[in-house]
Design a protein around this ligand. Structure first.
Ligand SMILES: *Cc1c(COP(=O)(O)O)cnc(C)c1O
Length: 356
């Protein structure tokens, strides 16, 4: 398919090294758009000026949440080259989410080609200061103007780009997390393993509760017994217990993070003991009591690795280690970011360098 390019007439000023970027508030000049209809399939791929999507108030995505997305980053290396980290995994996962939400799948190779074209047009927006990157948000939404429940017959696939600042401008600081007892994020048989809008709406209430009590993120337990650890905020979670790295096994309600998979691969590559299994919250507290809980950290594209310093569950609050980031968390963070920014070898072939 040929990608039409409709350039923006008037370009915005790109941020410079001193512009505070934050996360997800500044967007580039262009976006990729493509439509789906039953008759034509995915069609009319185009790059348009970045701008609002006009839709009927009855548009299905607004009412029934048939919406999926991805999140990945483009990195600028010290010598000015642009590279992506495992982008094919994101597009594959987007199709996994599509399947679960009855959204027609996209051609992954074509979507990557479209993304690269969009990046080449807006490459001046990829920041170069330490720890910054260009966040990429591919999204698919249901577009039928219809107030009635069924899956939509028309869809819009779009990709937008946002320059983002360093996640840890003040150093690699641990977060305090709060275990939600009465609210869950996802359940067995639900849509937890899909990156779909409703999961995030479902997480807001408990996150608010956690933040009101001075915690940054919620630690989510399973939706059935509320005993087993699933995720932290919108990140996967890892524990280091007695020199073994442990992460909850994928069970359908946990999102299969690409950073999670990268952590597992690196740990194996380093010859560390790592396992994916069910982790009870009681086991975590028992391990702490017996002095065996060494580290806890989250993993995700935005923060890469997020060390956890404290966990509050019922009336108990524990401090992990000495409350500072642990050695394994730090090593994983350094290695992953060094690979992403082209400062270290890429032993697993995760990097896609772009010729743009
Ligand atoms: C996106 C996401 C993650 C992390 O996935 P990455 O591919 O590592 O960015 C973890 N949990 C949830 C719920 C997510 O939405």
């Amino acid at each position: 398919m040929y990608i039409t390019i409709n350039k923006a007439e008037c370009l915005k000023t790109t941020p410079n090294d001193d512009t505070p970027l934050g996360f997800g508030t500044i967007f580039t000049d262009h976006m990729f758009n493509m439509d789906y209809s039953i008759e034509k399939g995915w069609h009319n791929p185009r790059i348009d000026p970045y701008g609002p999507i006009s839709m009927d108030p009855s548009t299905m995505v607004l009412h029934y949440g048939q919406s999926i997305f991805e999140g990945l980053k483009a990195y600028r290396t010290d010598n000015g080259k642009i590279q992506l980290f495992r982008p094919k995994n994101n597009l594959k996962r987007l199709n996994g989410s599509a399947k679960r939400l009855c959204i027609p799948e996209i051609d992954e190779d074509f979507a990557l080609e479209a993304l690269v074209k969009l990046l080449s047009l807006d490459k001046d927006w990829i920041p170069g200061a330490h720890g910054t990157s260009l966040y990429i948000r591919p999204t698919i939404i249901a577009m039928d103007p219809y107030v009635g429940l069924r899956s939509s017959h028309t869809y819009r696939f779009f990709i937008i780009l946002s320059p983002v600042g360093a996640y840890y401008p003040e150093g690699f600081n641990p977060v305090k997390i709060w275990v939600s007892k009465d609210k869950v994020r996802a359940v067995r048989g639900g849509v937890g393993e899909a990156k779909t809008a409703g999961n995030y709406a479902a997480s807001l209430y408990a996150t608010d509760q956690a933040q009101k009590q001075g915690y940054t993120q919620v630690l989510w337990l399973d939706g059935i017994e509320q005993k087993y650890v699933e995720e932290v905020g919108s990140m996967n979670i890892f524990f280091v217990i007695d020199d073994e790295i442990i992460t909850p096994m994928l069970n359908g309600s946990i999102l299969s993070g690409i950073t999670r998979d990268s952590v597992i691969s690196l740990a194996k590559h380093w010859g560390m003991k790592i396992s994916e299994k069910r982790v009870g919250i009681d086991e975590v507290f028992d391990a702490h009591n017996s002095g065996k809980l060494q580290e806890v950290f989250g993993s995700g594209t935005a923060a890469v690795i997020s060390p956890v310093g404290m966990i509050k569950y019922n009336d108990r609050e524990i401090t992990i280690g000495d409350g500072n980031a642990g050695q394994i968390s730090q090593k994983l963070f350094n290695t992953l970011t060094d690979i992403q920014y082209g400062k270290a070898e890429d032993p697993m072939n995760w990097i896609l360098p772009l010729n743009i």
